[in-house]
Design a protein around this ligand. Structure first.
Ligand code: FAD
Length: 373
């Protein structure tokens, strides 16, 4: 039986970054397992039967403020500059989200300047003494009407609960602007991998010290593997056989379609806060820059409770349950939990890369992220 220095469960960002660093920088023999038939985790993309590059698990847009993370990933891909823009379909109009000057002027038929909009927000914003929930964040900034039109029902569809029941972190991710900046993100680095995410992952794990075992569930093979240390990026509660009960995750059903038209919508993502069972429609050619004169591929997202675990649900009782699993995790010798599912955190791709590099730093005793990226 082949012996490995590290077995890594999951070939998404967390698993692939650690495999790459351990194999190429530390000369370790690494086995990477994934129960899916492909690498890349939720960021996996592929060319569909019509030759259009799509994201199997919904749109992934890369953005970060970390020069270390951007420079690390640049070892494996060139980039296509891309700034993400989203419109929300509200009362028959497509309006910029995050809410900005144009959103408010178009919705209410006003002609506010930035200063006037800031004053307007002060008059409609509801004072909240102690901001705890996602509703508190929005109503305190932009008032109840905008909250109800853009956030309340979207959040209910997405998470199955109203923003008043969700931790403030969910809506805090979305800024409010009084200028005309209509970019979804304001990070310093915003770009898409030029040839797609999967090509970037292929380069990461292409190393003689890395063995890939796809379509393999760790549970089914764990007793037959030989390794010194385990890195686990699957759901932490599953690792412990749900001994304290199941951590809630929100799931999604994706409906992928190709249409016989060049373009379907003006931007990559259109949100539907108040109509339809789906939350949003993504049109990939906007994201990837791919050209096709007669076809375009889109995805509808339907949130659901059951299915693949995508989003840890940020509610106080879930954080409490996770704390119990974390205590167990910390007691394991030579087992490291990392990634969105392994640490039950609503992390973006760049945050998972940073978390994985931080674990690598700890494993090799380096001083700073820049030393290991
Ligand atoms: P994952 O990518 O989930 O990888 C974990 C892997 O472990 C999976 O491939 C899984 O199959 C495998 N696994 C689990 N259990 C086992 C087991 N028992 N045996 C074997 N394998 C196992 N982030 C952004 O920065 N920008 C975005 O625009 C963005 N959009 C998103 C849209 C959606 C719909 C979703 C769901 C997420 C989005 N994210 C986005 C977040 C991003 O997907 C994650 O931050 C990132 O993919 C997490 O990487 P990971 O390695 O932690 O987990």
């Amino acid at each position: 039986m082949q012996h490995y220095d590290f077995a890594i469960v999951g070939a998404g960002y967390a698993g692939s970054v650690l495999a790459e660093r351990l194999a190429s920088q530390s000369g370790k023999k690494v086995l990477v397992l994934d129960k899916r038939p492909h690498i890349g985790g939720n960021a996996y993309d592929y060319y569909n039967e019509d030759g259009i590059l799509i994201h199997l698990y919904g749109p992934h847009i890369f953005h970060t403020n970390s020069a270390d993370v951007f420079s690390y990933l640049s070892n494996f891909t060139e980039w296509r500059p891309y700034e993400h823009r989203v419109l929300a379909s509200v009362e028959g109009q497509l309006l910029p989200i995050p809410i900005n000057l144009d959103t408010v002027n178009k919705l209410y038929g006003k002609n506010f300047t930035s200063e006037e909009l800031a004053d307007y927000f002060k008059t409609v914003g509801e004072p909240v003494e102690n901001i705890k929930t996602s509703e508190d964040v929005v109503v305190s900034q932009v008032g109840r009407d905008l909250y109800e039109k853009f956030f309340k029902n979207y959040t209910k569809k997405q998470w199955g609960v109203y923003p008043s029941e969700l931790d403030k972190s969910v809506t805090s991710r979305i800024p409010t602007r009084t200028n005309q900046d209509d970019r979804y993100f304001s990070d310093e680095f915003q770009a898409m991998p030029l040839h797609g995410f999967t090509k970037m992952f292929e380069k990461m794990v292409d190393h003689p010290n890395i063995t890939l075992m796809l379509s393999t569930d760790f549970k089914d093979v764990k007793d037959s593997l030989s390794y010194d240390q385990l890195i686990y990026t699957g759901p932490v509660d599953e690792y412990f056989d749900h001994c304290y009960g199941k951590l809630p995750y929100r799931s999604l059903h994706f409906e992928h379609k190709t249409l016989n038209e060049e373009w379907h919508q003006p931007v990559a993502v259109v949100n539907y806060p108040n109509d339809h069972a789906y939350t949003r429609i993504t049109e990939y050619k906007h994201l990837t820059g791919q050209e096709h004169p007669t076809k375009t591929s889109i995805t509808f997202e339907y949130p659901q409770a059951e299915g693949d675990p995508y989003y840890p649900v940020p509610m106080p009782e879930n954080a409490e349950l996770y704390r119990k699993y974390k205590q167990l995790a910390d007691q394991q010798d030579n087992v490291h939990f990392v990634g969105r599912l392994g640490t039950y955190r609503y992390y973006n791709m760049d945050q998972v890369v940073a978390q994985a590099l931080t674990l690598y730093k700890k494993l090799v005793g380096a001083d700073s992220l820049a030393d290991v990226a």
